[in-house]
Design a protein around this ligand. Structure first.
Ligand code: BYC
Length: 314
């Protein structure tokens, strides 16, 4: 017989780098933190479909259009895995939607910026998915089992997303002067918001210390941001483009690229809901949810008729 307390067993699983599974005992604060992070992640995947879907009808070739449709569908799938993984902690998908729609849960700051040109689709794939991959590869080692397993599949698809983005940027960078200018303009607008995706500096981060101790997060916000900068600066140079940061320099001693200061006022106002597109993004999402009510009703009616168990709030 295992004489340890539930808390001791939980701590041993964390210490041994094993996974916490849905039926395991866990501290309430751990459960809440995992729900918060996974829900925010799921919401980001779904809201992230909006800026890209804006360009499906205007993609420059049939091939680019087919690729973009596949990518946007992938994001819906990622939202689905992540909502399902979050539901294992006893919260329904319907409740999560309600929390997003009423602004009680967040989604990534990055999706409050507009996609003004085709190059923005390249920049999103390369920079935004690139930043997401850096974060998510590490999250494959997160301590909550369903979250870690969702990340494995998501990371495979994100690699394709980043490549399609970089491929768009390579084509533009190799094109006419106006295509080159379009490519540079997209980098100028997406660079800093991409760095903000990693969250506040560690010294300002409310949750990092606790999440690291529970191995929910495996690297801090600043560590991940630095990994992203180090991998991305050479890629920008290969494109022949400039990173819009006059303070950017390579530090020989540490072997890392050093960046200038992020505009934290812009970051905090965006996550407070005052970014350029927060209201539009949520209004669009709420409308999609309301327009889809008949689908949920039909699915529920089908399930009831066939004796299937279905979460009515989902
Ligand atoms: N945006 O204590 P901190 C994608 C909030 S999309 C908004 O450091 P934490 C994709 C934070 O929630 C990528 N809010 O928090 C999809 C907290 O507020 P609350 C999605 C942010 O959780 C489609 C407060 O600031 N990826 O893949 O320890 C197309 C203090 O922050 C942000 C994920 O969600 C932000 N950028 O660390 C293309 C990854 N940053 O909750 C691509 C999973 C911070 O106390 N999430 N906040 O009210 C994480 O790794 C962590 O949640 C974060 C923040 C690093 C984002």
């Amino acid at each position: 017989m295992d004489a340890r307390t539930e808390e001791e067993r939980f701590n041993a699983i964390i210490d041994d780098d094993e996974k916490i599974e849905p039926r395991d005992w866990m501290p309430e604060a751990y459960r809440k933190t995992v729900i918060r992070q996974m829900a925010q992640h799921a919401h980001s995947e779904v809201i992230g479909m909006q800026p890209e879907a804006n360009w499906i009808a205007r993609a420059p070739t049939l091939l680019r259009k087919a690729i973009l449709i596949a990518k946007v569908q992938d994001e819906a799938g990622h939202g689905l895995y992540l909502y399902s993984a979050t539901e294992t902690l006893g919260v329904s998908r319907g409740e999560l939607q309600e929390l997003l729609h009423t602004g009680k849960q967040k989604y990534s700051s990055i999706f409050n910026y507009p996609t003004l040109s085709w190059a923005d689709i390249g920049a999103i794939g390369w920079l935004v998915d690139g930043a997401a991959i850096v974060n998510q590869i590490v999250l494959q080692g997160t301590s909550y089992g369903p979250y870690a397993r969702a990340m494995v599949k998501i990371c495979k698809e994100e690699s394709f997303h980043a490549r399609q983005g970089y491929s768009i940027m390579m084509t533009l960078a190799d094109g006419s002067d106006s295509q080159k200018a379009m490519c540079q303009d997209a980098i100028d607008r997406w660079w800093w918001p991409s760095l903000m995706m990693f969250g506040p500096h560690d010294s300002e981060s409310a949750h990092t210390a606790e999440s690291m101790s529970w191995k929910i997060k495996r690297k801090t916000n600043d560590e991940l941001r630095q990994m992203f900068v180090d991998q991305t600066v050479p890629q920008a140079r290969y494109l022949g483009m400039t990173i819009p940061d006059p303070d950017l320099e390579f530090d020989e001693e540490s072997g890392h690229w050093k960046i200038g200061e992020i505009d934290w006022e812009e970051f905090w106002s965006t996550i407070r809901g005052d970014g350029r597109l927060n209201r539009e993004r949520i209004a669009h999402k709420v409308k999609a949810w309301e327009d889809g009510a008949w689908v949920r009703e039909a699915a529920t009616a089908y399930a009831v008729k066939h004796g299937m168990k279905l979460d009515k709030s989902a």
